[in-house]
Design a binder for this molecule. Structure first.
Ligand SMILES: Cc1ncc(COP(=O)(O)O)c(C=O)c1O
Length: 396
C-alpha cells in the first residue's frame, strides 16, 4: 500500500530546504512579478496618476471581479478601513454581536463605529461564532452581526443569514483569511450583506496593504466606494460623511503583479497542507484546523490545536512547542492571542459579554500557526512534526 507521502500530489513545488538553523518565517509574501510591477510603475509615473480610482486601480478591480466571481467590488486601503466603512454605510449603532476569537480589528471597527461590541462564544469545531449564542444575545439595541471566517473556515452562513433576516440585522462577514474561499462552489461573499477580504502583505493574495469589499446590494456598494472617498459624488459635493480609505495605484499595481503567481503559491500550499496532515497524523492531542471538504480552502494559515488533559496545561504545552521550534529557527505564531476581550485597553471601553466564553477561552491557549508558504519544504515539516510529537509524548 502507498504511504501518505507516496500519495502526495505531484503539484508539490516547495523550494529547496532552507538549511535548518536558518530562520523559517511563519508567513512569506508572494514576490510580485517585477516586470509587471515595473510596467505599472512606468505607466503611473508617465501619467502622474497615483491614486483616486486610477486606471491601475480599475484594472485590478476588474481582474478581481473575474477571479472571485463577483459582480462588483471595492478596493480599500486595508480590510480594517473596508470594515469601518461597511459598518458605517450599514448604519450600525447600539450593539454589534461578534466573536472574541479574532484579530483585534474585528472588535476595534465596532468601537470606531461608536457601537458596543457584544462578544459571544464560538463553535468548538469550526471556532467561528456560534449562531445559537448570537440569537441569545440579541436585544432591541442590536443592529448588526459581524462574523469572522476564522482561518478561512466558514461560519455557519445559512444559520446567521436566517437570524439576521428574522431580526432585521445587517450581517457583515470579516473574510480577512478567506480570499477566494467557496462553499460548495459558491463564492463566500455571496452570503450576508457585505464581505471583506484582506490583501495585507501577510495574505496569500496581497497588495502590500489593502482590502476588498463585496456588497450584496449594488447601491450599497456604490455608497461604500463613495464613503471611501470622503462621501464625494464626483462633482465635489459630499453626499455624506466619508473618510479616506482608497487603495492607491501603487498598491493596486502590486496586486496585479502578485495575481499571476497566486495559483502556483496555492498549489505549493495545498501540497504543504497535505505534508503537514500526514506528518502530524496520529500525534495524540494535536489536530489541524482546516475547512470541511465541501469548502475551497483559502490556504491562508496552517493552524494546529493542542489539547491536553486540562485547560491549564494547553497553554504551557503550546508555549513549549513554540519555543522549541524557535530554537530550531522555525517561527510559529500564537494567533489569535489574546482574545479581543483581553487587551490592555479592553477594560477602558464599553463592551458586553453575553453568556460565558468557555470555548473561546480554551481555544485561545490551544492554537498555534505553523510556517505555511512555498518556502517551507518536506524536511522542515518533518522537523516540526518531530518536535511537536516529542513535546506531546513527554507532556512537558
Ligand atoms: C480576522 C481579521 N480581520 C481583519 C484583519 C485586518 O486586516 P488588514 O490588516 O488588512 O486591515 C485581520 C488581519 O490579519 C484579521 O486577521
Amino acid at each position: 500500500m502507498n504511504s501518505a507521502v507516496d500519495l502526495l500530489p505531484d503539484t508539490i513545488s516547495c523550494e529547496k530546504s532552507p538549511a535548518l538553523g536558518v530562520r523559517v518565517p511563519v508567513a512569506r509574501s508572494i514576490e510580485p512579478d517585477r516586470n509587471i510591477l515595473l510596467q505599472h510603475i512606468d505607466t503611473m509615473c508617465a501619467s502622474r496618476r497615483f491614486s483616486n480610482f486610477g486606471p491601475i486601480h480599475e484594472a485590478l478591480r476588474a481582474r478581481l471581479c473575474e477571479w472571485l466571481d463577483a459582480d462588483r467590488l471595492g478596493l480599500f486601503s486595508s480590510a480594517t478601513s473596508a470594515l469601518t466603512v461597511a459598518l458605517r454605510a450599514h448604519r450600525v449603532s447600539g450593539e454589534v454581536i461578534t466573536t472574541p476569537f479574532s484579530f483585534a480589528a474585528s472588535a476595534q471597527v465596532i468601537e470606531w463605529a461608536g457601537a458596543v461590541p457584544v462578544f459571544v462564544d464560538i463553535d468548538p469545531v469550526s471556532l467561528t461564532i456560534d449562531p445559537a449564542r448570537v440569537e441569545a444575545a440579541i436585544t432591541p439595541k442590536t443592529s448588526a452581526i459581524l462574523a469572522v471566517h476564522t482561518y478561512g473556515v466558514p461560519c455557519d452562513v445559512k444559520a446567521l443569514e436566517d437570524i439576521a433576516a428574522r431580526h432585521q440585522l445587517a450581517l457583515i462577514f470579516d473574510a480577512a483569511h478567506a480570499f477566494d474561499a467557496r462553499i460548495d462552489s459558491t463564492p463566500i461573499h455571496r452570503f450576508g450583506n457585505a464581505t471583506i477580504y484582506s490583501t495585507h502583505a501577510s495574505k496569500l493574495f496581497h497588495t502590500g496593504e489593502g482590502g476588498v469589499l463585496v456588497c450584496s446590494d449594488e447601491a450599497m456598494q456604490r455608497r461604500c466606494d463613495r464613503m471611501a472617498n470622503f462621501g464625494f459624488d464626483g462633482s465635489g459635493d459630499a453626499l455624506e460623511c466619508g473618510t479616506n480609505a482608497k487603495m492607491s495605484e501603487l498598491h493596486a499595481a502590486t496586486g496585479l503583479a502578485v495575481l499571476p503567481k497566486v495559483n502556483a503559491e496555492r498549489a505549493a500550499r495545498s501540497a504543504l497542507r497535505y505534508e503537514y496532515t500526514s506528518a502530524l497524523h496520529g500525534i495524540d492531542g494535536i489536530s489541524l484546523i482546516a475547512p470541511p471538504i465541501h469548502v475551497k480552502d483559502s490556504l491562508q494559515y496552517l493552524a494546529i490545536r493542542v489539547k491536553s488533559e486540562a485547560p491549564e496545561t494547553d497553554n504551557r504545552i503550546r508555549n513549549i512547542i513554540c519555543e522549541r521550534l524557535l530554537l530550531l529557527g522555525l517561527e510559529s505564531r500564537k494567533y489569535f492571542s489574546p482574545l479581543c476581550t483581553d487587551f490592555s485597553y479592553s477594560p477602558k471601553v464599553t463592551v458586553r459579554i453575553s453568556g460565558e466564553l468557555p470555548v473561546a477561552k480554551r481555544a485561545v491557549h490551544q492554537v498555534l500557526c505553523l510556517p505555511f508558504h512555498s518556502g517551507v519544504d518536506r524536511d522542515t515539516v518533518s522537523v516540526i512534526a518531530d518536535t511537536v510529537r516529542e513535546v506531546m509524548q513527554q507532556r512537558l
